[in-house]
Write a protein that binds this ligand. Structure first.
Ligand code: GLP
Length: 241
Protein backbone atom coordinates (compact mmCIF):
# COMPACT_ATOMS: atom_id res chain seq x y z
CA UNK A 1 0.00 0.00 0.00
CA UNK A 2 1.34 3.41 -0.92
CA UNK A 3 0.74 6.18 1.61
CA UNK A 4 0.76 9.90 0.88
CA UNK A 5 0.46 12.45 3.65
CA UNK A 6 -0.78 15.84 2.46
CA UNK A 7 -1.27 19.00 4.51
CA UNK A 8 -5.07 19.05 4.74
CA UNK A 9 -8.35 17.64 3.43
CA UNK A 10 -8.59 20.23 0.65
CA UNK A 11 -5.19 19.25 -0.75
CA UNK A 12 -6.19 15.58 -0.54
CA UNK A 13 -9.48 16.26 -2.32
CA UNK A 14 -7.65 18.01 -5.13
CA UNK A 15 -5.04 15.25 -5.44
CA UNK A 16 -7.64 12.47 -5.51
CA UNK A 17 -9.86 14.37 -7.96
CA UNK A 18 -6.83 14.84 -10.24
CA UNK A 19 -6.23 11.08 -10.22
CA UNK A 20 -9.89 10.39 -10.97
CA UNK A 21 -9.90 12.96 -13.79
CA UNK A 22 -6.83 11.26 -15.29
CA UNK A 23 -8.63 7.91 -15.09
CA UNK A 24 -11.70 9.38 -16.83
CA UNK A 25 -9.65 11.06 -19.57
CA UNK A 26 -7.78 7.81 -20.19
CA UNK A 27 -11.01 5.78 -20.27
CA UNK A 28 -14.09 8.02 -20.72
CA UNK A 29 -16.48 5.18 -19.82
CA UNK A 30 -14.48 4.12 -16.78
CA UNK A 31 -16.24 2.53 -13.82
CA UNK A 32 -15.88 4.41 -10.54
CA UNK A 33 -16.67 2.94 -7.13
CA UNK A 34 -17.93 5.80 -4.99
CA UNK A 35 -18.13 6.41 -1.25
CA UNK A 36 -20.23 8.60 1.02
CA UNK A 37 -19.42 10.31 4.32
CA UNK A 38 -17.76 13.65 5.03
CA UNK A 39 -14.32 12.45 3.90
CA UNK A 40 -14.86 12.37 0.11
CA UNK A 41 -16.73 15.71 0.00
CA UNK A 42 -13.59 17.77 -0.86
CA UNK A 43 -12.88 15.28 -3.66
CA UNK A 44 -16.42 15.70 -5.02
CA UNK A 45 -16.05 19.50 -4.76
CA UNK A 46 -12.83 19.32 -6.77
CA UNK A 47 -14.42 16.99 -9.36
CA UNK A 48 -17.36 19.37 -9.76
CA UNK A 49 -14.92 22.28 -10.19
CA UNK A 50 -12.95 20.33 -12.81
CA UNK A 51 -16.17 19.61 -14.71
CA UNK A 52 -17.31 23.24 -14.48
CA UNK A 53 -13.92 24.35 -15.79
CA UNK A 54 -14.37 22.06 -18.80
CA UNK A 55 -11.47 19.81 -17.77
CA UNK A 56 -13.42 16.54 -17.62
CA UNK A 57 -16.76 15.05 -18.64
CA UNK A 58 -18.70 12.39 -16.74
CA UNK A 59 -21.07 11.77 -19.65
CA UNK A 60 -19.93 8.18 -20.19
CA UNK A 61 -18.64 7.44 -16.68
CA UNK A 62 -20.38 4.62 -14.85
CA UNK A 63 -20.52 4.39 -11.07
CA UNK A 64 -21.39 2.01 -8.27
CA UNK A 65 -21.78 3.21 -4.71
CA UNK A 66 -20.55 1.16 -1.80
CA UNK A 67 -23.61 1.03 0.43
CA UNK A 68 -27.04 2.31 1.38
CA UNK A 69 -29.20 2.44 4.48
CA UNK A 70 -32.01 -0.08 4.85
CA UNK A 71 -35.53 0.89 5.89
CA UNK A 72 -35.13 4.45 4.58
CA UNK A 73 -36.72 5.66 1.32
CA UNK A 74 -34.18 6.23 -1.46
CA UNK A 75 -35.53 9.79 -1.80
CA UNK A 76 -35.03 10.63 1.89
CA UNK A 77 -32.52 13.46 2.29
CA UNK A 78 -30.22 11.24 4.38
CA UNK A 79 -30.08 8.31 1.97
CA UNK A 80 -26.68 7.79 0.41
CA UNK A 81 -28.41 8.08 -2.96
CA UNK A 82 -29.53 11.64 -2.06
CA UNK A 83 -26.06 12.40 -0.71
CA UNK A 84 -24.50 11.48 -4.05
CA UNK A 85 -27.06 13.53 -5.99
CA UNK A 86 -26.26 16.61 -3.91
CA UNK A 87 -22.49 16.18 -3.59
CA UNK A 88 -21.63 15.02 -7.10
CA UNK A 89 -24.17 13.81 -9.65
CA UNK A 90 -26.24 17.02 -9.87
CA UNK A 91 -23.04 19.05 -10.26
CA UNK A 92 -21.59 17.16 -13.24
CA UNK A 93 -22.94 15.72 -16.50
CA UNK A 94 -23.35 12.19 -15.13
CA UNK A 95 -26.06 10.16 -16.94
CA UNK A 96 -28.55 8.89 -14.30
CA UNK A 97 -28.74 5.63 -16.26
CA UNK A 98 -25.06 5.04 -15.48
CA UNK A 99 -25.45 5.33 -11.70
CA UNK A 100 -25.42 2.03 -9.82
CA UNK A 101 -26.79 1.82 -6.28
CA UNK A 102 -27.70 -0.90 -3.83
CA UNK A 103 -31.40 -0.82 -2.88
CA UNK A 104 -31.68 -0.93 0.91
CA UNK A 105 -35.33 -1.90 0.71
CA UNK A 106 -34.97 -4.87 -1.65
CA UNK A 107 -34.54 -8.52 -0.70
CA UNK A 108 -30.84 -8.56 0.36
CA UNK A 109 -29.88 -11.85 -1.32
CA UNK A 110 -31.48 -10.96 -4.65
CA UNK A 111 -30.07 -7.43 -4.46
CA UNK A 112 -26.59 -8.75 -3.75
CA UNK A 113 -26.72 -11.05 -6.79
CA UNK A 114 -28.04 -8.21 -8.96
CA UNK A 115 -25.27 -5.82 -7.85
CA UNK A 116 -22.41 -8.27 -8.36
CA UNK A 117 -23.78 -9.11 -11.82
CA UNK A 118 -24.16 -5.42 -12.72
CA UNK A 119 -20.57 -4.67 -11.69
CA UNK A 120 -19.30 -7.66 -13.65
CA UNK A 121 -21.35 -6.63 -16.72
CA UNK A 122 -19.73 -3.19 -16.53
CA UNK A 123 -16.32 -4.87 -16.68
CA UNK A 124 -15.54 -4.43 -12.97
CA UNK A 125 -14.67 -1.30 -11.00
CA UNK A 126 -11.63 0.55 -12.35
CA UNK A 127 -11.06 2.86 -9.37
CA UNK A 128 -12.73 2.44 -5.98
CA UNK A 129 -12.84 5.39 -3.60
CA UNK A 130 -13.00 4.50 0.11
CA UNK A 131 -13.21 6.19 3.48
CA UNK A 132 -12.67 4.42 6.79
CA UNK A 133 -14.79 4.24 9.93
CA UNK A 134 -13.39 4.93 13.37
CA UNK A 135 -13.58 1.19 14.08
CA UNK A 136 -11.76 0.29 10.85
CA UNK A 137 -14.86 -0.36 8.79
CA UNK A 138 -14.92 0.12 5.03
CA UNK A 139 -18.26 0.77 3.35
CA UNK A 140 -20.47 -0.70 6.08
CA UNK A 141 -18.33 -3.78 6.74
CA UNK A 142 -18.17 -3.66 10.51
CA UNK A 143 -15.58 -5.61 12.54
CA UNK A 144 -16.59 -9.28 12.29
CA UNK A 145 -15.36 -12.86 12.66
CA UNK A 146 -14.79 -13.32 8.92
CA UNK A 147 -14.35 -11.12 5.86
CA UNK A 148 -17.58 -10.70 3.93
CA UNK A 149 -17.63 -11.43 0.22
CA UNK A 150 -20.66 -10.23 -1.77
CA UNK A 151 -23.13 -7.51 -0.71
CA UNK A 152 -25.20 -8.19 2.40
CA UNK A 153 -27.51 -6.63 4.99
CA UNK A 154 -25.57 -5.61 8.10
CA UNK A 155 -26.52 -4.47 11.60
CA UNK A 156 -24.62 -1.25 12.26
CA UNK A 157 -22.46 -1.07 15.37
CA UNK A 158 -22.94 1.45 18.17
CA UNK A 159 -19.70 3.19 17.07
CA UNK A 160 -21.06 3.74 13.55
CA UNK A 161 -24.47 4.80 14.81
CA UNK A 162 -22.84 7.29 17.20
CA UNK A 163 -20.65 8.70 14.39
CA UNK A 164 -23.51 9.17 11.91
CA UNK A 165 -26.59 9.92 14.07
CA UNK A 166 -25.84 13.66 13.92
CA UNK A 167 -26.95 13.68 10.27
CA UNK A 168 -30.48 12.49 11.13
CA UNK A 169 -32.83 15.17 12.46
CA UNK A 170 -36.31 14.06 11.35
CA UNK A 171 -36.12 10.27 11.60
CA UNK A 172 -33.96 8.02 13.79
CA UNK A 173 -30.81 6.75 12.09
CA UNK A 174 -31.43 3.34 10.47
CA UNK A 175 -29.93 0.40 12.36
CA UNK A 176 -29.29 -1.67 9.23
CA UNK A 177 -27.60 -1.08 5.91
CA UNK A 178 -26.77 -3.01 2.76
CA UNK A 179 -23.13 -2.92 1.79
CA UNK A 180 -20.70 -4.28 -0.75
CA UNK A 181 -18.67 -7.00 0.95
CA UNK A 182 -14.91 -6.81 1.43
CA UNK A 183 -14.30 -9.47 -1.24
CA UNK A 184 -16.33 -7.53 -3.79
CA UNK A 185 -14.56 -4.26 -2.92
CA UNK A 186 -11.15 -5.92 -3.35
CA UNK A 187 -12.08 -6.94 -6.91
CA UNK A 188 -11.67 -3.28 -7.97
CA UNK A 189 -8.57 -2.81 -10.08
CA UNK A 190 -7.34 0.12 -8.03
CA UNK A 191 -8.32 1.43 -4.59
CA UNK A 192 -7.93 4.93 -3.17
CA UNK A 193 -8.63 5.30 0.56
CA UNK A 194 -8.82 8.70 2.23
CA UNK A 195 -8.66 9.30 5.99
CA UNK A 196 -8.59 12.72 7.62
CA UNK A 197 -8.71 13.84 11.23
CA UNK A 198 -7.52 12.51 14.56
CA UNK A 199 -10.63 10.34 15.04
CA UNK A 200 -9.34 8.06 12.26
CA UNK A 201 -5.74 7.73 13.53
CA UNK A 202 -6.20 4.44 15.41
CA UNK A 203 -8.11 2.84 12.53
CA UNK A 204 -5.44 3.99 10.07
CA UNK A 205 -2.69 2.48 12.22
CA UNK A 206 -4.56 -0.84 12.47
CA UNK A 207 -5.20 -0.86 8.72
CA UNK A 208 -1.58 -0.20 7.75
CA UNK A 209 0.48 -1.66 10.59
CA UNK A 210 -1.76 -4.25 12.19
CA UNK A 211 -2.47 -7.84 11.14
CA UNK A 212 -4.90 -8.63 8.32
CA UNK A 213 -8.00 -9.41 10.35
CA UNK A 214 -11.76 -9.06 9.89
CA UNK A 215 -11.73 -7.27 13.26
CA UNK A 216 -10.29 -4.37 11.22
CA UNK A 217 -12.03 -4.75 7.84
CA UNK A 218 -9.80 -2.10 6.22
CA UNK A 219 -6.74 -4.29 6.93
CA UNK A 220 -7.87 -6.48 4.01
CA UNK A 221 -6.53 -3.75 1.74
CA UNK A 222 -3.02 -5.00 2.60
CA UNK A 223 -3.75 -7.97 0.30
CA UNK A 224 -4.55 -5.80 -2.76
CA UNK A 225 -1.73 -4.95 -5.22
CA UNK A 226 -2.81 -1.37 -6.04
CA UNK A 227 -3.88 0.73 -3.05
CA UNK A 228 -3.17 4.41 -2.54
CA UNK A 229 -3.88 5.86 0.92
CA UNK A 230 -4.18 9.62 1.39
CA UNK A 231 -3.84 10.91 4.96
CA UNK A 232 -3.66 14.28 6.64
CA UNK A 233 -1.11 14.68 9.48
CA UNK A 234 -3.76 14.03 12.17
CA UNK A 235 -4.91 10.73 10.63
CA UNK A 236 -1.25 9.69 10.23
CA UNK A 237 -0.27 10.74 13.77
CA UNK A 238 -0.09 7.22 15.28
CA UNK A 239 1.94 5.64 12.45
CA UNK A 240 5.44 4.41 13.30
CA UNK A 241 6.96 5.90 10.16
C1 GLP B 1 -19.93 5.49 6.74
C2 GLP B 1 -19.80 5.02 5.30
C3 GLP B 1 -18.36 4.73 4.94
C4 GLP B 1 -17.48 5.89 5.35
C5 GLP B 1 -17.57 6.07 6.86
C6 GLP B 1 -16.73 7.22 7.36
O1 GLP B 1 -20.00 4.46 7.62
N1 GLP B 1 -20.60 3.85 5.06
O2 GLP B 1 -18.26 4.48 3.55
O3 GLP B 1 -16.16 5.65 4.98
O4 GLP B 1 -18.91 6.35 7.19
O5 GLP B 1 -17.45 8.42 7.22
P1 GLP B 1 -16.83 9.85 7.36
O6 GLP B 1 -16.09 10.08 6.08
O7 GLP B 1 -18.02 10.78 7.49
O8 GLP B 1 -15.96 9.86 8.53
Amino acid sequence: MKVQILENKTAIGEAVAALLCDAIREKPDCVLGLATGATPVPTYDALAAAYQAGKVSFRRVRSFNLDEYCDLPKTHKNSFYSFMQVQLFSRVDMDPANVGFLDGNADPAAESARYTAAIEAAGGIDVQLLGIGRNGHIAFNEPADAFSQESFRVALTESTIAANSCYFDDVPMPRFAITMGVGLILRAKRLILIATGESKAAAVKAMLEGPVTPQCPASALQTHPDVLVFLDPAAASLLKQ
